[in-house]
Design a protein around this ligand. Structure first.
Ligand SMILES: Cc1cc2nc3c(=O)[nH]c(=O)nc-3n(C[C@H](O)[C@H](O)[C@H](O)COP(=O)(O)OP(=O)(O)OC[C@H]3O[C@@H](n4cnc5c(N)ncnc54)[C@H](O)[C@@H]3O)c2cc1C
Length: 462
């Protein structure tokens, strides 16, 4: 059997395409109109409807709920949030600690709602294990570990090479950092379950309904306009396709492969009994999970960005990206050299110019948005949604400020990306620098981070 490339994602190959919902039939009104049916839009609908059951909420989705990153991701539900360190610089350490604590609690919140709503998403709370494979990666891992402790993660553990191998036998791993604030899940089972739960609460979802433009109190589609006091943009990596948003968030690609189910003997040789999500400290990092049906799903950057902020075609990735991900798999687990790759796919995530996730409600226009999560939106989207709920309740006079509305990522402003061809050149150069740095660090005996990578990080604002 050859590798399936695209078809949205492996997760959909397993689950099947969802039953389509009706498009918007014509002009309509709502109290809140949400554009985008991924985790951000659906969680926002969920929490708003739970808080104020009589609210008339409409979700407009261009394709079907979970078509985007929410139906394609690596299934790391974890406490990382893009921009925390920058928020510490801007708002002080304590504010960033509060943000981190909110993220830690978010992992538990998502798992709790799954239980309440009976969403079986293969969730397994095994934590997150990040491994180092070279002296330079080890030095960065130690610095990362110390930083996480400083942001209040006192339950994080550092492991040497032997303890790391007791958890997962990654070839050449010299150390690891483990946090309990993470769980493995099946992304599509989560997004499907969430869409069903939201609909059962009485939220209207229209699919196959692309919004072409968002204006204050208006979401405009080819089939009609939804008028609402609050219009929320939850389109993450696809944001550039909306009128006026071309340079707001850069659609960065991430690609994945899923192996065939491994044999008991193969699992015996690897370990990984704790089902931790697994990552490394490379500049162009990898991420992986042990799936509920005994495969390895592994992702990485591949070709990072398409000229003109274009997105992929239903998840197809480049053949050279499949080869590169297979190489990582075999470098980590040499005994899997002959293993079949059943599926490969890609998706886009939203990257703001300063690489900081944000959640915003503009009280003068009623326009709101959340995203720019870079590679960590599975949990962050839930925190963003609860924050949007609180911001709307505050704005409409139903409640005052809350702990969530006081978090430092709320209403953060960032400049736009450069026009083309600078945007394309910048991203290609940055990732070429990262790949070169990773290659040099893999063979060097130095604990120093490669200087080219340091420079690339500084220039890109990462
Ligand atoms: C391959 C990959 C792996 C990842 N792995 C992880 C991971 O393991 N852990 C993690 O934390 N994060 C991961 N991420 C990121 C994470 O998946 C995203 O941050 C998260 O799913 C974002 O959710 P969202 O709802 O904001 O965006 P999306 O899921 O992208 O949803 C946006 C929705 O808006 C719709 N839409 C777009 N334009 C319009 C329009 N004009 N009108 C109407 N609807 C529109 C789209 O069809 C889509 O359904 C990964 C991302 C990718 C691509």
């Amino acid at each position: 059997m050859s590798t399936v490339n695209g078809g949205i994602s492996f997760w959909y190959a397993q689950e099947g395409a969802p039953a389509p919902r009706e498009p918007l039939p014509g002009d309509a009104t709502a109290d809140v109109c949400i554009v985008g049916g991924g985790y951000t839009g659906l969680w926002t609908a969920y929490y708003l409807k739970k808080a104020v059951p009589f609210l008339n909420i409409t979700v407009l989705e261009a394709k079907f709920c979970g078509y985007g990153a929410s139906g394609r991701n690596g299934g790391w539900l974890y406490n990382g949030i893009a921009g925390r360190d920058r928020y510490a610089e801007l708002h002080g350490h304590e504010a960033a600690v509060r943000l981190q604590q909110a993220m830690n609690a978010t992992v538990t919140e998502v798992l709790d709602v799954c239980e309440t709503e009976k969403i079986d998403a293969d969730q397994h709370r095994g934590g997150v294990l990040e491994v180092a494979l070279s002296p330079a990666q080890l030095a960065r891992l130690k610095a990362f570990h110390a930083a996480e402790l400083a942001f209040g993660e006192t339950d994080r553990e550092f492991h040497g090479a032997r303890e790391t191998a007791d958890r997962i036998r990654v070839a050449g791993a010299v150390g690891s950092s483990w946090t309990p604030h993470g769980a493995r899940l099946h992304p599509v089972k989560l997004v499907k379950g969430l869409a069903d739960a939201v609909e059962a609460l009485g939220v209207t979802i229209h699919e196959s309904t692309p919004v072409t433009e968002i204006k204050p109190k208006h979401a405009i589609t080819p089939y009609g306009t939804v008028r609402a006091p609050y219009v929320l943009r939850c389109t993450e990596g696809f944001t550039a396709s909306l009128a006026g948003q071309r340079r707001t968030w850069l659609p960065m690609n991430s690609s994945m492969i899923a192996t065939e189910p491994l044999t008991d003997a193969q699992w015996e040789s690897i370990g990984w009994d704790g089902r931790e999500t697994l990552g490394d400290m490379a500049h162009a990092y990898m991420y992986a999970q042990r799936t509920a049906d005994g495969r390895i799903a592994l992702g990485g950057r591949g070709v990072p960005y398409r000229f003109g902020s274009k997105t992929d075609n239903d998840g197809r990735t480049q053949p050279q990206t499949i080869d590169a991900l297979r190489e990582i798999l075999v470098r980590f687990f040499p005994q899997l050299a002959g293993v079949r790759i059943d599926h490969a796919w890609s998706g886009v995530l939203g990257v703001p110019r300063d690489w900081c996730a944000t959640v915003t409600l503009d009280r003068s226009t009623g326009l709101g948005w959340a995203g720019g999560y870079v590679g960590s939106g599975v949990a962050t989207a839930n925190l963003a949604a609860r924050t949007l709920r609180d911001l709307i309740q505050q704005d409409s006079g139903q409640s005052g400020p809350t702990d969530l509305t006081a978090l430092p990522w709320v209403n953060h402003k960032v400049r736009k990306w450069e026009p083309e061809p600078l945007r394309w050149l910048g991203v290609q150069t940055m990732y070429a620098a990262f790949r070169g740095a990773d290659r040099r660090e893999a063979t060097a005996h130095s604990a120093e981070t490669d200087r080219v990578a340091v420079l690339a990080n500084r220039l890109s604002g990462r």
